[in-house]
Design a protein around this ligand. Structure first.
Ligand code: GRF
Length: 223
């Protein structure tokens, strides 16, 4: 069972690259049917094309409003055959038009431990706050930004000398682990959503620290 997915991107695409590598390694039971960006210049689109993956840019400025833009994205995703949507650095808010098109099938990676530091600058806000622990979250997408039920989180240490870049780099390394892991659980039907809670079937117990990070539910073989 290989889950066809669409990956939404706006930037450099390192999370997309992590997904591509896990598909190529055979760890991830998914197929990237489409990479979609609102930014034609996104490096992520080049990464997709370099791997022979269909990559499409839909500039949001070409549409009269968010709902029209989302409808165009939904149409492109439907045409690709994707059955789930992974937001990997996609920097646009999705409207109910989009969210209702893929109920319980849209996940997002956020570079902070939600609900702390939601919004577009999670790494910077956590570093400026002076936290001792930050991290990354994969969550299901609902109609409120960075709010949906949490699938997996990874916690990393933060230091007084950290800035957005140094903390962001430490977080990004764990994003590249937990996003593919979350997609694998979605692809293998092991996730169920119960209100605000996400239950992972046959979850193991959190192991000790993984390369300086605590991950829960724990990463599995290949992730
Ligand atoms: C990641 O830090 C992600 O958490 C945030 O935007 C960044 C995207 O990086 N939403 P990339 O495009 O995957 O390299």
């Amino acid at each position: 069972m290989t889950l066809p997915i669409a990956v939404l991107v706006s930037g450099s695409g390192s999370n997309l690259q992590a997904l591509i590598e896990r598909v190529e390694s055979g760890a991830l039971d998914a197929r990237i049917a489409l990479v979609l960006s609102n930014k034609p210049e996104a490096l992520a689109l080049e990464r997709a094309r370099a791997c022979g993956i269909k990559a499409v840019a839909l500039p949001h400025a070409d549409y009269p409003d968010r709902a029209a833009f989302d409808a165009a994205m939904v149409a492109a995703i439907r045409q690709s055959g994707a059955e789930a949507v992974v937001m990997a650095g996609f920097m646009r808010l999705l409207t109910p038009v989009f969210i209702h098109a893929f109920p319980g099938r849209i996940i997002n990676i956020h570079p902070a431990l939600l609900p702390s530091f939601a919004g577009a600058h999670g790494q910077r806000d956590a570093a400026n706050y002076g936290v001792a622990i930050s991290g990354a979250t994969v969550h299901f997408v609902d109609e409120i930004m960075d709010h949906g039920p949490v699938v997996i989180q990874a916690a990393v240490p933060a230091y007084p000398d950290d800035d957005a870049a140094s903390l962001g780099e430490r977080i990004l390394a764990m994003e590249h682990r937990i996003l593919p892991q979350a997609v694998q659980w979605l692809a293998t039907g092991r996730l169920s959503i119960e209100g605000r809670k996400v239950r992972l079937r046959d979850a193991g117990l959190p192991k000790a620290v993984v390369e300086g990070a605590l991950v829960n539910p724990p990463l599995e073989q290949g992730f």
